[in-house]
Ligand binder design. Structure first.
Ligand code: 16G
Length: 245
C-alpha cells in the first residue's frame, strides 16, 4: 500500500497524500492496531518522498491519534479506544463501575507499600511526620486498554497492609467497615508528560483530566487522598444539574 506512486499531480500536498494512504490502510485493516510502522528513512525510501515529508505525515497522524509514538521503540498503529460516560454524582469504585458496565476491571500495579508521607499527603490525610502512608499506584484498564493512572494515599492506620489490596481497594475497605460514604472531587485539564503518556499508551502531550478525590467516612474522617489521571479520549464526565434555589 505504501509503495504506490506519489505524484505531484495527486490531490493535496505530498505529506497529506501519505497521511491519507496510511489512514486508509488502518481503516481497511491492512494495518492493524499495535502494528509498527517502518522507520522514517525506510518509509522515505519506500515512497520516494523526502524524510521531511514523511515526518510531517507521521506527525499529523500522531496528532490525530491514529498513530502512537514510543520513545526508543518506534511508531505504532493506535489501539481503538473504548469511550465511557462516567456519572460524577455517584461515589463508585473503579471495579464496581466496570462491573456495572459488564466489563472487567484490570490493574497494572506500579507501587503498593508504606512510605513516609509527602507534605500534601500529610495535609490531606491529617498525618504527622511520624506517621506512614499506604500508597497504591496503578494503571486501571479494561479489555487491556489503559484508562487511567490512580495514585491513592491512605493513612497506615486505615490500611496497615497495602499488599492486601489485590483488586478493589473499596472492597477491602468495605470488609473492614471503612468504605467511604462521601467524597470531594476536583477536576482539571492537563497534558501528559512522557512517563504517564507511556503508561496510558498515548502520545506525550495528549490531553488528560486530572482528578483529585478526598473521600470520607460518615464520621467525617478522611479515608483516601487519590490523584488520578484519566485519558480524555476515553472518558466523558456527566453530571445532572438541578435548578438553583
Ligand atoms: C475510583 C476512584 C478512586 C478509588 C477507586 C477505588 C475516581 C476519580 N477515583 O477509581 O479514588 O480509589 O475508585 O477503586 O473516581 P477499586 O475499589 O476498584 O480499587
Amino acid at each position: 500500500f505504501i509503495q504506490d506512486d506519489f505524484t505531484k499531480s495527486g490531490i493535496g500536498p505530498l505529506y497529506l497524500q501519505l497521511h491519507r494512504r496510511i489512514d486508509d490502510a488502518i481503516t481497511s485493516g491492512k494495518l492493524c492496531p499495535g502494528d509498527s510502522l517502518p522507520a522514517e528513512r525506510d518509509l522515505a525510501l519506500l515512497t520516494g518522498l523526502s524524510r521531511v515529508t514523511v515526518r510531517k505525515a507521521i506527525q499529523s497522524l500522531v496528532a490525530s491519534g491514529a498513530l502512537v509514538q514510543r520513545r526508543g521503540s518506534g511508531t505504532f498503529v493506535a489501539q481503538p479506544v473504548v469511550r465511557l460516560e462516567q456519572a460524577l454524582s455517584q461515589l463508585t469504585s473503579f471495579t464496581d463501575d466496570m462491573a456495572r458496565r459488564g466489563r472487567q476491571a484490570q490493574s497494572i500495579w506500579l507501587c503498593r507499600a508504606l512510605f513516609l508521607p509527602a507534605p500534601e499527603e500529610m495535609m490531606a490525610l491529617g498525618l504527622g511526620t511520624d506517621d506512614r502512608v499506604a500508597r497504591l499506584e496503578r494503571v486501571r484498564c479494561t479489555d487491556g486498554q489503559p484508562l487511567a493512572i490512580e495514585r491513592a494515599a491512605l493513612s497506615r492506620a486505615l490500611l496497615p497492609d497495602p499488599e492486601s489490596v489485590s483488586t478493589s481497594l473499596y472492597a477491602v475497605l468495605d470488609q473492614r467497615g471503612l468504605r467511604p460514604v462521601r467524597a470531594v472531587q476536583r477536576i482539571s485539564a492537563a497534558n501528559l508528560g512522557q512517563r504517564d503518556a507511556e503508561l496510558l499508551g498515548v502520545n506525550q502531550g495528549a490531553a488528560c483530566l486530572k482528578i483529585e478525590r478526598i473521600s470520607y467516612l460518615a464520621s467525617g474522617r478522611v479515608v483516601e487522598f487519590t490523584r488520578s489521571i484519566y485519558r480524555s479520549d476515553a472518558y466523558d464526565f456527566a453530571v445532572e444539574l438541578k435548578l438553583a434555589p
